[in-house]
Each structure stands twice: as C-alpha cells, then as structure tokens.
Design a protein. Structure first.
Length: 322
C-alpha cells in the first residue's frame, strides 16, 4: 500500500501521470458485513488527500466517509476517484468500521463516474449527496442492485446513506427514507438547508435549528433509519462541538458528523451507551446465558422479557459500547 501512496503523491506533484496510477494492480480483498451497530462518529476523509487515506482506517470512528463531493475540487475529482478505488480494492474490510463513499449528486456530471468507478470497490455504503426526491434514491438503489446481481455480491451488501440538505428533501423525508430498503443512515446538512431557506446560518443553533433537528430525528427514527447530526464547522471549538452533540443525543440522534479526529473522539464518547446501559447489558447476558445452560426458554430480567434479539443487542453494547 505504501507503493500506492508514493505513486499517488508523485501524480499530485506532476512527476507522473494519472495513467500510471490507473495501471496500479487491483486485487479485491476480503469483505465482511458491518458488525458494529453504532453510528456514533462519522468521520469525513477527503479522497484526494494521500496523508489522510494512509491513517483513515486507524481512526476512532464507527463510520469512515471517503468524500468525493464538495470537499474535492472538480479538477482533482478524477484523481480522487481513481486513488480511492485503488485504495479500497486493495484494503480488506473487517466490518469493525463501516466504510462509506460519499458521491456527487445525481444531477452532477460526476455522479456516473463516481458510481461505475467505486461500486467495484464494494464499500459498505454509498452516501448520496443533496437528495431531493424518492426518485434519486430509487435510481441509486437500482444501480447498486444491478451491480450486485451481475457480480454475485450478496443482495443488500451495499447500503445507502443519504445527505438531507434541502428544504424539499426535509418536507418529503418519510417518502425519501422509505424509497429503498437499503437506506440505513441519513445525515442532516443543516448549513445547506438554511441556505436553501434563505435564512442566516447564525440561527442553526437557535429555535429554527432545533425544530429542523427535531423533525429530522423523529422522522428518521420512525422510518427505522439512523439520524446523524450535522458537521460542526469550528474544529477548534471542541467544547461547542460537545455541547451540540449532547443536545442532539437528547433529540434522538444516533451520532454526529466529525471533520477532525478530535471531534470524532468526542462523538464516540457522547453517543456511547451510558454506564447504566452497560450494566443492564451485562446482567441480560449473564441471565440469558445461564438460562441457556439450564435448558430454559423465554426469561425475564428486571421485569423485561429477554429473547435472542435482546441478548444480541446486549452483546453488541458490551462489545462496542464499553
């Protein structure tokens, strides 16, 4: 992999051409489904930044989002797309972290190239930017389904993540979220949404911002989709980030976008299960496993019926939340 990064750096410096990067070998490594049920921190990684790619998989975050959209200039998109393809194809994905590619909007001239170049890398998810209608989701779903069938990939392996960044999308959110069974996570792009409303972004933390967050989180939860809170632009203000994350946790968000490693660490902490939840999970696992050894079926724990799904959820909390 170091050879790939060295070659990519030479391309950036103009010492070698993009055609040489395109000839770098592609060997699809092992792909495992995501085991981690949490969406606490979604860390954005620019696909055109070689140094960021090198360290990405070691970062503390539940979701790694490799960005091909507005964080990458049009001039560098072909390079970013190709480098990300080579990187992902040659990297095993264990399922401990969810690897997602953020592609350009459907009406963008970059959308098609993003899809045909990155689907063969088999990321865990594709994040579609600036969704405006259910038809956007259906279009992406069909492209993914066709690729999975044509390559023998288990149906539904590649999930869909959605960026909700426009007033139109927020108004039509239930239909958008329900347009495909692949939709797993939705991200609130509150700055773009306020720009679309022609409202000052200074009010994103005020009453209108609270209303937008509440509506978004409630409708995502009602549709069985994880709501993820918006990016906090001042990466130096870690206390402000923490306060916003705590507020969003109370509103029902599953996690928060992070634009820095330090933000990601805070999000992982804020959205992790509480000590009380961890203790409850320990008790459920203990009681359930004891009942299995004794050959008993349905059991209760502190007045709560415990079956296999509850047991598995408790195991996940102990594995990822402690």
């Amino acid at each position: 992999m170091e050879e790939l990064f060295a070659l990519a750096q030479e391309v950036l410096e103009g010492k070698k051409g993009l055609d040489e990067l395109s000839r770098y070998p592609e060997v699809l490594k092992e792909r495992k489904k995501v085991e981690n049920p949490f969406k606490r921190a979604s860390l954005i990684v620019s696909a055109d930044r070689v140094e960021h790619l090198k360290k990405a998989l070691d970062r503390e975050a539940d979701i790694l989002i490799f960005n091909l959209e507005d964080g990458v200039s049009d001039k560098r998109k072909p390079f970013a797309r190709l480098l990300l393809r080579k990187f992902l194809l040659n990297t095993p994905l264990s399922g401990e972290k969810e690897v997602v590619v953020r592609i350009n909007p459907i009406d963008s001239p970059h959308f098609w190239d993003d899809v045909i170049r990155l689907l063969p890398a088999l990321p865990h998810g594709i994040r579609l930017s600036k969704v405006t209608s259910p038809e956007d989701v259906i279009t992406l779903d069909r492209l993914i389904a066709a690729y999975e069938r044509s390559r023998g990939v288990p149906e539904g392996f590649i999930k869909i993540h959605l960026s909700i960044e426009t007033p139109e999308a927020l108004l039509d959110l239930p239909r958008i979220l329900g347009a495909s069974e692949r939709v797993e996570v939705a991200y609130l792009g509150i700055l773009d949404l306020f720009a679309g409303l022609k409202v000052s972004q200074r009010f994103t933390g005020k009453r209108l911002g609270d209303f937008v967050r509440e509506k978004f989180a409630f409708e995502c939860r009602a549709c069985g989709v994880h709501p993820v809170g918006p990016a906090y632009q001042d990466y130096r203000d870690l206390e402000g980030f923490r306060e916003e994350a705590l507020k969003e946790k109370e509103l029902g968000f599953s996690g928060k976008m992070a634009i820095s490693v330090r933000q990601a660490r805070i999000a992982m902490e804020v959205f992790s299960p509480s000590p009380e939840e961890i203790e409850e999970a320990r008790k459920i696992v203990e009681v359930y496993e004891k009942a299995l050894k004794e050959g008993r079926g349905g059991i209760t724990c502190d007045g709560r019926f415990v079956d296999q799904p509850v047991y598995k959820d408790a195991l996940n909390i102990l594995r990822y939340g402690s």
